[in-house]
Ligand binder design. Structure first.
Ligand SMILES: [Zn+2]
Ligand SMILES: [Zn+2]
Length: 261
């Protein structure tokens, strides 16, 4: 009962941790100045992030496939807060080029795309994490502080405590990696997918080290660097069993935004 209760509380409070969209709104950051993805990339995106099941798309025949695709596009447009045209227009293809989390948005296509496990909660309230590899972008103490602060945010709103333990020993294993990094979900280089994490009781939290990471450095984060704290809070939410939020201001929204203090 305690566990069910704590997940319920988490779901309720997750929407109170806010992301900062001001960089996006004012177009200050070059990170958001993206070119639209290609038609092929757009279709791949819909499969990767769970908007359409690739098997259905292939077995649906030409007409059926068209409806499925249109449906998937509209679902994505709804998720992304765009007008639901059902076609891969420029605004849709641009949104698909925005930096984001690697986890699927829709649980329907479990075989495609991002990491996802069946169990969605931890069977205990004290969870350990270890930082198993590092980024050259920040001193280790700074990375440590960012991860600590991210989990403190969750501890503050749910009856769960976190403790950092030695490398390799954590229930949750935090890692920086580029491209292929030892799991079935290779990263994609600079931009695009920034990080991903698994659901309980698998504990993987991986940052794409092709990004330039920064911590509480407004100049860097306003430029081409990615806000480690914001991404760590978001991915930390996944490691506790939270899925993506359709509320664009919520920290669990799939698209990247800086953390709003
Ligand atoms: Zn996510
Ligand atoms: Zn990974």
């Amino acid at each position: 009962m305690i566990q069910i209760g704590s997940i319920f509380i988490l779901l309720c409070v997750a929407s109170s941790i806010l992301a900062d969209k001001s960089g996006l709104a004012h177009g200050k950051s070059k990170k958001f100045d993206v070119k639209p993805v290609s038609e092929d990339k757009a279709k791949e995106y819909l499969q990767t992030f769970g908007y359409v099941n690739p098997t259905n798309l292939q077995s649906g025949g030409a007409a059926g496939g068209f409806d499925l695709l249109k449906n998937a596009i509209m679902k994505f447009q709804e998720y992304a807060g765009l007008s639901k045209t059902g076609v891969l227009d420029t605004q849709t293809k641009k949104k698909m080029a925005m930096p984001r989390c690697g986890i699927t948005d829709e649980p329907m296509a479990l075989t495609a795309g991002g990491p996802r496990a069946v169990t969605r909660k931890w069977s205990r309230n004290h969870i350990t994490y270890s930082i198993d590899s590092w980024t050259p972008d920040l001193p280790r103490d700074t990375v440590r502080r960012a991860i600590r602060e991210a989990y403190d945010k969750w501890s503050a709103v749910a009856p769960i405590t976190f403790e950092e333990v030695s490398a390799g020993q954590g229930d949750i294993k935090v890692k920086f990696g580029s491209y292929s990094h030892g799991d079935p979900w290779p990263f994609d280089g600079d931009g695009g997918v920034l990080a991903h994490a698994t659901m309980p009781e698998n504990g993987a939290l991986h940052f794409d080290d092709s990004e330039n990471w920064a911590y509480k450095d407004a100049d860097k984060i306003g430029g081409d660097y990615t806000d480690l704290l914001a991404v760590a809070i978001h991915e930390g939410g996944h490691t506790l069993g939270l899925e993506h939020s359709r509320d664009d201001n919520a920290i669990m929204a799939p698209f990247y935004a800086r953390f709003k203090n």
